[in-house]
Design a protein around this ligand. Structure first.
Ligand code: FMN
Length: 181
């Protein structure tokens, strides 16, 4: 059955490596009949969670009037949320962390539990261990805590300059993951 897939991309480099990785995944997902929405959270205005707890007494509404108000319904309406990002200082970029922290508004019952997820990342480092911090965050926050089912991870090492991911075999894997999701 076709799925609603939301790709949260987080790179200010608009045609960079994670963009190519995400778009290849999307091409596969759309070829299989899924409906895909993409949001580049690096271009969105998203403020940090202020821990004001307003959401706890206002039916999970966040009081901050920023672009997260458009992202929340996209998350609620998606079956699968895919994170696509470059590695920044051995973790995912702050722009993505801001969005994830703001999911606090859904708690503590988290109506957004039981979705699916996937992780697409690129890094300059040639050592696959470079992704271990980001992968740990993904496992703890999304897979364990939010109970999103991990549908796959494509972590691409050794790509730094924009465009250097072209012809990387990982793009074939990204297409296949998108097609099979
Ligand atoms: C602020 C910043 C921090 C970075 N930190 C890392 C890092 O910790 N490890 C790494 O391998 N690459 C690091 N990089 C390189 C990027 O992860 C790499 O070039 C990636 O492919 C860029 O993807 P993009 O073109 O989609 O932005 C960093 C780049 C920037 C701009």
């Amino acid at each position: 059955m076709p799925k609603n897939i939301l790709v949260l991309h987080a790179s200010p480099r608009l045609n960079g490596n994670s963009h190519t990785l995400a778009e290849t995944f999307i091409t596969g997902a759309e070829a299989a009949g899924n409906w895909v929405k993409r949001i580049n959270v690096a271009l969105a205005k998203v403020e940090p969670c202020t821990a004001c707890e307003y959401c706890r007494t206002h039916e999970h509404q966040c009081c901050q009037d920023d672009d997260m108000q458009k992202i929340y319904p996209s998350i609620i309406g998606s079956d699968c949320i895919v994170l696509a990002a470059p590695l920044y200082f051995y973790d995912w970029p702050a722009q993505l962390k801001l969005v994830i922290d703001r999911l606090y508004a859904f708690g503590p019952q988290y109506q957004i539990r039981h979705k699916e997820t996937a992780l697409l990342m690129t890094a300059a480092d040639k050592d696959p261990q470079a992704f271990s911090g980001a992968e740990k965050s993904y496992e703890l926050a999304l897979v364990d805590y939010l109970q999103w089912k991990d549908r796959g991870r494509i972590l691409v090492n050794g790509v730094n300059a924009a465009g250097s991911i072209q012809d990387n075999p990982a793009l074939v894997e990204a297409y296949k993951l998108g097609f099979s999701i």
